[in-house]
Ligand binder design. Sequence first.
Ligand code: ZN
Length: 370
Amino acid sequence: MIGALMPLAILDTTNTLLRERRERARALGNDLVSQGVFSLHCSCGNCGEDPLTAAFPDLATQDAAALLAFATAQCAGDVRRRCQSCGKAAPVDGLRLHLWSQQRNGDGVLELVSGVARWLFCADAAAPQVLAAGDALITTVLCDQLLRAGSFLNGLEGREAEALALWHRAAALLPQAPMPSIALGRAALLAGDESAALEHLRNAAACSDGHAPACRQLGALLGELALRHRDGELLNRALDWLDQALDLEPNNPVTAFALGRIFVSSGSMQESLEHLAVAATHPPLADEAEHLRGVALLQLGRADEAHQTFERLAQRHPEDADTLRMRAWARARSGDRAGALQELEALLVAHPDDEETRNFRDLVAGDEGG
Ligand SMILES: [Zn+2]
């Protein structure tokens, strides 16, 4: 049983566990990082937290009552957790459930002691703020959690329908939030239902102004649709959203990448270069950004620079056939046709059935005199 009068240790926002959670949440983006932290009171004198935390079920975050029911079930009966100090099973004092909110850049915390619950909100370097029942912040936190859980499930084989259900729930919970509509729009686009995608994106556009991640993702998705259909009007809308995202967060590499990619795909090579240079500073995007930059430089007739770009990429990925072909192509363009042919022949020896490489070889070989 949870001790009737035993309060939880004060929630210190500089607490290592909380800090690590926050750092992890930022790094993980939309992956699931909900956690439960039990508070222990051991006969050995140790009062502490059980750091063995776990993700909790997604449906628990559908509303505040569902989450409270989930928390209550975790503390029902004689619950014991291992004491970190003496290793014995120690009684649990209470439970804190943490829900990271991307929109509010802080942790929503449901605290449960002796069946009595209260909500707190912790932002960076601020004392925990106590929330009243029905506080709008609670809804924001739950909405973010549903989005996050949906993204997590969506990455698992065969769980896409559950992800959609969570995103629909998030949209219903907070109709004025753009991110659920964006998640639904992206899913519809991936499923090939473009009219549904446009409808979701239209809903998102109605509430994305001033919201950097929404502007960025909306712009990228509209850009994808625009390029697919060569729709100039849609392309302009996409660029407007990405420009707004860049105004809100200058030098954001993800926004820069989306802009660079759209410019390369729509033939605006010169405009793409500065954005791709920014995107290349962000390790997860660096390779793709460099590759696009190489393509743009080739189109601009700057074959030497393109060759250097693909050379750098080839050093990082010596087995990547696409990079090796482009390096050879840039080499041919910069005047060294014989060297390029040698590279392509070597690539064909290693992969004799590679049609793409054969095409490049024939193209370079046929370039004689030209
Ligand atoms: Zn102990």
